[in-house]
Design a protein around this ligand. Sequence first.
Ligand code: SF4
Length: 381
Amino acid sequence: MDICILTAESLGVRGLCCSVELGDRKIMIDPGIALGWSRGGYLPHPFQIAIGEGIRGAILRDLQTATDIVISHFDGDHTPLLHPNPYQLSLEDARRSISGCRLWTMGPERSSPNQQRRRKDLEDALGRILTPAEGMRDGPLAFSAPVPHGLQRDDAHTVMMTRVEDDDGQTFVHASDNQLLDAMTVERILQWKPDIVLVSGPPLYRHRSPSLERLKELARTNILELSRKVETLIIDHHLLRSEEGMAWLERIGREASNRVICAADFMTRAPLFLESLREKLYSWLPVPANWHEGYAAGQEDAASFRNPGWEILTGEGIVTPCDWYPVCPIKGYTDQGRLETFWVDNYCMVGSKRCVRYRMEEKGLFHPDNMLPDGTTREGL
Ligand code: SF4
């Protein structure tokens, strides 16, 4: 089973999208993306917007070869949208790819009016009724009954979890947005006997004492319980929107029985906490007044902030580019505008050890110039 996480706060954007490839199936879970609209009074920095554009393009490319799409719930960072803001994924852009896939989505019953409307938008765009997937099984896939979205106990805020098992018995669970605050949800995950779990942590940035302390203790108990039986526990999303959340995860990781890591660790690359860095990005790279209005109108381009942003993050020691970057053909193709920036942004600049080119370089194995970091080759480069 090959699991590739595409969106998460430790990867620079909001979401918990991943692709899981096994046998003849490629399952895309939660194909959506967002940037926190306003943090500390600041709109998303254009550098973060440039990184988000690259990831949005990668989701759309991955959707073209997907066989199955899972939508755990219809929040705007987990699904394509009929009316996206400038930083989200457009349903119109994704529609053609989605229409050829098996779709496994949470039903409308236990969700908010907004979520129900987005689900209906998807049905209308595809011209078919979507059967609720809760409790269903299909080959390697199984879906949970609705579980609470965080502490919410009302029927309007639930999410669906996904279990994927390969022929060797390796089992992955995607458990978005439960925030690790509900013991029953943790118990359900453990009943599935997973080896790897991808889950959202608690949104510490939204709380102040005394509710913050209660929240932390609830989540800590649940994480330690999960980590006793799960080999690799990947915690990201809501938790990693603040520096406090990052420090807290590190502390829990030291207490845990098994590996407790963030999405960037799982992808063996440097983390990029752009939402928590937003204020600093504005001081390092000032943004002209009314830039966002211009961007929304298609009159401004985030691309010009990309290279200066990387130079600053490298200078600050926040990222260390791959040793091979200065001589790698992937850099040349990207500089010439012949290759999407996604590869440099998500492999080269963050020192990815998952890069197939990197691994082959280290072993002295031949690989063609047009091989991309994921091991596929691109004709015409
Ligand atoms: S493509 Fe791979 S080997 Fe080349 S610079 Fe990027 S991470 Fe390194």
